[in-house]
Design a protein around this ligand. Structure first.
Ligand SMILES: [Zn+2]
Length: 481
């Protein structure tokens, strides 16, 4: 969601698309690790009696039904294993606003005024240390919900008064440190915002933005394995970044082969303001400047013209819908059915963190269509499959991540669910994905593994007590009045 006042029809199976080549992560352990859940989701279906193994780098090396392999794999009784979710769009620091912006606006014609007030107070109040604490809280909750990779839309750059830190990328480094500490993979999108919104978010010139971003790229490459943390670039909206600035970041992204994410057409008023200023829609403006291609992700993209939909589809671009956030803010719904029909790819994001639950995001998309049409299974004859794909593989594509599917060569990033949890108990393999997508409650998630390393045990992260405690302290200070 912009800070200024302001299922995919599976065209290719996960198995048919090779994992991107990246510098391998440090070895997770000295030898092969294997798991044998009651069933494992291999991209098309759940399979029983199948173990899967990761190599010393935490990559899936093989699947096996051989008795000797089943005997040595770690047994996960009563559980099913699925690829970790990929959160395509997050502002970690918005976690500090949860519950503080639910009152009705008292400002005429500005329904988001309450939310913007809370946002401004939070942006102006959080210390660097508290931003680290808040990011850890958000990333911890993501992990506990089965998310193993996040696209962090990093838009809080400066000190509270808007002046730069002595190290301009200090807060980006704090976000990266938080992700590393919790153990989640992160695509850090350095976000351009030239005007509007809290002073901490503003980088006035394209030259400055590119300079800082290039330094950040060097920092990332020096300090992190390429599939643990990597760089993308973003823009907070076409109304917040002048066309020449947009062109400059687009050129930088293309030169460095980085993913480009832009929040776009989130509110009708922003969409119409762009038409008034430039004579074209935000998507048309971006396409005209060469930004819209298969590396491009339009975030939220709620108010789209039919031509916008065609442009995004023809470019094979990704659209990252954030339904729980958009529902909370009263923004409307991304026209996912039209976008998928046109050829765009659909990913999902938690955006303002009002909820962190990508399955809730997934089911909301289908339910908005059902409610609007008084029909069932609108998105596809089997809606659960494209919705789960949006929450996993399509998100990985949007972020340039290596995960998103349990497949040889991809990282062993997965979560398990308790098959005896009341929300899904009794689901046979043929009905399990439907049960998960439409009915799973988050407490059913038992274990989360990233790169062959276990980070959540029995629904709990090893550092949960400390991370929650520090976050609660920072909330008390921030909201004491
Ligand atoms: Zn956003």
């Amino acid at each position: 969601m912009e800070k200024s006042p302001r299922a995919q029809t599976k065209s290719a199976t996960a198995a048919s698309i090779p994992a991107p080549a990246v510098k391998p992560a440090a070895p997770a352990g000295p030898r092969e690790l294997g798991w044998l859940p009651d069933s494992v989701y291999t991209g098309e279906k759940f399979e029983a009696g199948m173990a899967f193994f990761a190599d010393a780098h935490g990559r899936i090396a093989r699947f096996s039904r051989e008795p000797k392999d089943l005997a040595i794999a770690r047994r996960l009784p009563g559980q099913a294993a699925l690829p970790g979710f990929v959160n395509g769009h997050s502002h970690a620091w918005h976690r500090a606003i949860r519950g503080r912006a639910e009152a009705r606006s008292r400002v005429a014609n500005e329904p988001l005024a309450t939310w913007h007030e809370a946002l401004t107070r939070t942006a102006g109040g959080l210390t660097g240390e508290e931003i680290f604490d808040t990011a850890r809280m958000a990333f911890l909750e993501m992990l506990a919900s089965g998310i193993t990779c996040v696209g962090e839309f990093h838009d809080l750059h400066h000190q509270p008064d808007g002046s730069p830190w002595p190290e301009p990328n200090f807060l980006a480094q704090e976000i990266l440190r938080a992700a590393h500490d919790v153990g989640i993979r992160i695509a850090l999108f350095q976000v351009a915002n030239a005007m509007g919104g809290p002073p901490r978010t503003v980088i006035a010139s394209a030259d400055q933005f590119v300079r800082d971003t290039e330094v950040l790229r060097g920092f990332l490459e020096k300090n992190f394995p390429a599939d643990e943390a990597w760089l993308g670039v973003g823009a907070s909206g076409v109304g917040a970044v002048p066309p020449d600035f947009l062109k400059a970041i687009s050129t930088y992204a293309h030169t460095q082969k980085l993913r480009l994410h832009v929040q776009v057409s989130e509110r009708a008023i922003d969409h119409e303001a762009c038409i008034a200023a430039h004579g074209r829609t935000p998507i048309a403006l971006l396409a005209e400047r060469g930004l819209v291609d298969k590396r491009f992700t339009a975030v939220n993209a709620i108010h789209l013209s039919d031509d916008d939909v065609k442009l995004l589809g023809a470019a094979r671009a990704v659209v990252c819908a954030c339904p729980t956030s958009a529902r909370n803010l009263g923004l409307g719904a991304t026209p996912v059915e039209k976008l998928l029909a046109a050829g765009a790819t659909l990913a999902l994001g938690s955006d303002t963190q009002v909820q962190i639950d990508l399955l809730e995001d997934a089911r909301l998309l289908e339910y908005a269509l059902r409610t609007g049409r008084a029909q069932r299974a609108v998105l596809a004859p089997d809606s659960a499959t494209p919705l789960f794909h949006a929450a996993t593989f399509a998100g990985a594509r949007s972020l340039g991540a290596t995960g998103g599917a349990l497949d040889v060569g991809r990282p062993a990033d997965f979560f398990t669910v308790n098959l005896f949890d009341p929300s899904i108990a009794g689901a046979e393999p043929g009905a399990l994905l439907n049960n998960l997508v439409f009915s799973l409650e988050r407490r059913a998630i038992r274990e989360v593994w990233i790169g062959g390393r276990q980070l959540v045990v029995n629904g709990r992260h090893a550092q949960q007590g400390a991370i929650v405690g520090r976050f609660v302290d920072s909330q008390r200070r921030l909201w004491a009045s």
